[in-house]
Design a protein around this ligand. Structure first.
Ligand code: MN
Length: 291
């Protein structure tokens, strides 16, 4: 029997801060009204709302830095982002594309506006999630999954009213291309004015919507661009109706029931593992990447 997944809170974007000089982000969580575990397995959500970056010959972004113990998942909505890491992977993503990087045992990477986008300047919009890994996968081999918009699982709404692009997990038996270590549904939902959509997700999965564009009715409440809809863990079903052309990033995942220890770019279970990460980084064990 189905039961409504009620809204816990609709959250306005917190104040912006810069990550490097290329990402002007609202950090929805952790912090704000969230604890570190509220959206587990999602640890962090940085959201660069639509922002115009003027032309620059030197690409803006964030230089070489390490990660260990989790995955960074970057979803591009406007503009293009280039990635390079010490495992030898690189890629460029544009509108509707996703890069899913497993830092695992450790990588160095850098994230910049792509060169030609930087040269012309333009509106930039993207979201980055930090997806935690359970203890047994924290030291997994680093991996990079470039997930292009055209390769997403596609569920088409009736009458051409929109598309659910399935990045990971599944929607109505349509699977996303991303491989994940724990169960995660990540959907890029595009709805035309008046489109309706019913969703069913497990009640124990932490679930939220980031409204990327437009305005929707979510279970009878209005949610609009740049807001985050946090659901309670009390039911399975909710309903979307687009008041205008809208884009929604839906995230829903099975919580990882383990302690968290975090320091800067490292996300482990215990403090001693953070000390080891810092030592390993200082001893060059994360490899090498040119600036
Ligand atoms: Mn990073």
């Amino acid at each position: 029997m189905s039961k409504t997944k009620e809204i816990e809170q609709i959250i306005l974007p917190p104040p912006v801060h810069m990550v490097g000089n290329g990402f002007r982000v609202h950090t929805f969580f952790p912090g704000n009204i969230f604890g570190e575990q509220r959206m587990s397995p999602f640890y962090l959500l940085d959201y660069n709302a639509k922002y115009y970056f003027p032309p620059s010959e030197t690409p803006r972004g964030v230089g070489v830095h390490p990660h260990r113990g989790f995955e960074t998942v970057t979803v591009a909505y406007k503009g293009r982002i280039a990635h390079h890491d010490s495992a030898g992977n690189s890629g460029i993503i544009g509108e509707g594309d996703v890069q899913w990087m497993t830092a695992g045992s450790g990588v160095l990477h850098k994230e910049y506006h792509e060169k030609s986008f930087s040269r012309t300047g333009g509106v930039f919009q993207m979201a980055q999630l930090w997806v935690n890994l359970p203890a047994k996968f924290k030291m997994a081999q680093p991996k990079y999954q470039p997930l292009m918009h055209k390769n997403m699982g596609k569920y088409f709404l009736p009458d051409g009213k929109g598309t659910v692009n399935v990045i990971s997990g599944n929607f109505k038996n349509i699977k996303g291309p991303a491989s994940t270590f724990t169960p995660i549904h990540l959907f890029d939902i595009r709805m035309n004015t008046g489109a309706k959509l019913n969703l069913t997700l497990p009640s124990d999965f932490n679930t939220g919507l980031l409204i990327i564009d437009g305005k929707l009715d979510v279970n009878g409440q209005e949610a609009k661009e740049d807001e985050f809809v946090l659901f309670k863990n009390n039911g399975t079903d909710f309903h979307l109706e687009a008041a205008m052309e809208s884009i929604v990033l839906l995230m829903s995942g099975k919580p990882i029931d383990e302690p968290i220890a975090q320091f800067g770019p490292f996300l482990m279970n215990h403090r001693r593992e953070l000390e080891k990460a810092v030592d390993d980084f200082n001893n060059g064990k994360f490899g090498y990447l040119e600036d």
